[in-house]
Design a binder for this molecule. Structure first.
Ligand SMILES: Cc1cc2nc3c(=O)[nH]c(=O)nc-3n(C[C@H](O)[C@H](O)[C@H](O)COP(=O)(O)OP(=O)(O)OC[C@H]3O[C@@H](n4cnc5c(N)ncnc54)[C@H](O)[C@@H]3O)c2cc1C
Length: 419
């Protein structure tokens, strides 16, 4: 991996030990007891692939998108849905993929999850026709990139009351509006976009459309998000974009249903990325503090260093168990008829996303302080991970919104018991 600009001041012997192979080895010690034999085989193959094929090509001076085709070669753009000849898929595999990819490059994983899961999952779930299959082929190869457009300048957490408008005519639709914070936006070839035909009835009139960059009237302008310089996040403007009807993924009203059921997959995938960031920084700190000496002994021999690290590991082990549980439960959301599980999973995935993304930020911040100055340089991956963790906490819904969904779920139980 190429460093950014700074000089290397990391002790040679520590640098030698602080490689990704060792980080994966320690990670596997914690993860393998939690997963099946098949999942273990998948994880080990994936780690080998990332170490040999992807990591040598990571250049922190370049956007992450050049690495997408490499992930595509290994069928690692996503593992939530079945695609091609792959037989190991599902949310638990997706979480393993997100964890391992975040360990080698958290920015790469952020952009991958948006294209491979958050953009592509609606196509897998609701898209029909050869053109959808062709687009999925392009996205899964990593040659093309997808983005999702929900958030608007005036409507963030209050996403339902969106202003983006859709007019439906006999043979086509017309899309007008501005979306903001579109991850991958300025690089994207395709967008999944939500808009409404009646602003006073967004639930009943929301559409979910697939938009091809080639359609006339699309403009993307990059936003200056300083924490993730290798990922392009944009303002996306749709100026009277004429959309053929076969590009409707969710028709009037169904768009709302698809938006909310899709958010569970989105949150679960982000949980995987947040856990990956947490394991990366926790293990880095564990190795470093065992090797770095001050006052004649390793930092880890001071309880003021080892106890906080141990506490973070304890919390991380619990969050990882919860993340796998949330992934196992995901399949229960796939049948819309099963409303009881849909509601339960909306709350469960929100609570777990709240915990995991907050923990990633906290572990990265705390381990940076515990390792000292070196963790602020690009000689270690902690500072980069901390920046991405901040984004993970807001993307997919700010933390209050996750808590809001959990609180609504809890209230529902009380209501059902008529207390
Ligand atoms: C780097 C980045 C990438 C992103 N990528 C995408 C993307 O690809 N696609 C996309 O559509 N969106 C994306 N987002 C948008 C993200 O989902 C929103 O930023 C998020 O939903 C919050 O909306 P907002 O920024 O408008 O904040 P606001 O909604 O204005 O919220 C501001 C604060 O108020 C709190 N708040 C709001 N309402 C309530 C309430 N009812 N109760 C309690 N607290 C409340 C929030 O929790 C938050 O702390 C991205 C954002 C960032 C920063």
């Amino acid at each position: 991996m190429k460093k950014i600009t700074g000089v290397n001041i990391l002790d040679d012997q520590i640098e030698e030990k602080l490689n990704t192979r060792n980080i994966f080895q320690i990670f596997n010690n914690f993860i393998i007891p939690l997963i099946s034999k098949e999942e273990q085989e998948f994880l080990e193959e994936l780690e080998d692939f990332l170490l040999k094929k992807v990591e040598p090509r990571i250049d922190l001076n370049k956007d992450v998108y050049e690495l997408f085709p490499l992930l595509g070669e290994g069928d690692y753009i996503q593992r939530l849905n079945q695609f091609g000849n792959v037989n190991k898929f599902g949310m638990r595999y997706e979480i393993l993929l997100a964890m391992a990819t975040s360990i080698i490059d958290p920015e790469l994983d952020l952009a991958r999850v948006v294209s491979g899961v958050i953009f592509a999952n609606p196509l897998f779930q609701h898209g029909r026709g050869d053109h959808i299959q062709n687009i999925l082929n392009e996205i899964m190869s990593g040659e093309k990139i997808g983005a999702i457009c929900i958030t608007e300048r005036q409507h963030g957490s209050d996403a339902v009351n969106m202003q983006t408008s859709i007019e439906e005519y006999e043979d086509y639709l017309v899309l007008n509006g501005e979306k903001v914070y579109t991850t991958n936006g300025s690089k994207a070839d395709y967008f999944v976009v939500y808009g409404v035909s009646n602003k006073h009835d967004p639930r009943g009139s929301m559409y979910q459309l697939l938009i091809d960059r080639e359609f006339a009237g699309i403009e993307t302008n990059r936003l200056g998000i300083q924490s993730i310089p290798r990922v392009e996040v944009s303002q996306t403007i749709f100026n009277s974009v004429k959309v053929p009807k076969e590009y409707i993924i969710g028709k009037q009203g169904i768009g709302y249903r698809n938006l909310f059921s899709g958010l569970v997959a989105e949150r679960d995938a982000i949980i995987g990325s947040s856990l990956g960031i947490s394991w990366l920084t926790a293990i880095t700190a564990l190795i470093y503090t065992n090797l770095r000496t001050q006052f004649g002994k390793p930092l880890y021999d001071f309880q003021a260093v080892s106890f906080p690290i141990t506490q973070l590991f304890t919390e991380l082990m619990a969050a990882t168990e919860l993340g796998f549980k949330s992934a196992t439960e995901y399949k229960k959301t796939l049948k819309y008829e099963d409303q009881k599980f849909i509601k339960y999973n909306a709350a469960f995935s929100s609570g777990t996303k709240f915990l995991a993304s907050n923990l990633a930020q906290r572990i990265s911040y705390e381990t940076q302080q515990l390792c000292g100055g070196i963790a602020f340089t690009d000689n270690m991956r902690i500072d980069k991970a901390l920046e991405v963790a901040k984004v993970q906490e807001i993307i997919g819904g700010a933390r209050n919104i996750q808590l809001y969904l959990v609180s609504r779920g809890i209230k529902d139980i009380v209501k059902r018991l008529a207390l």
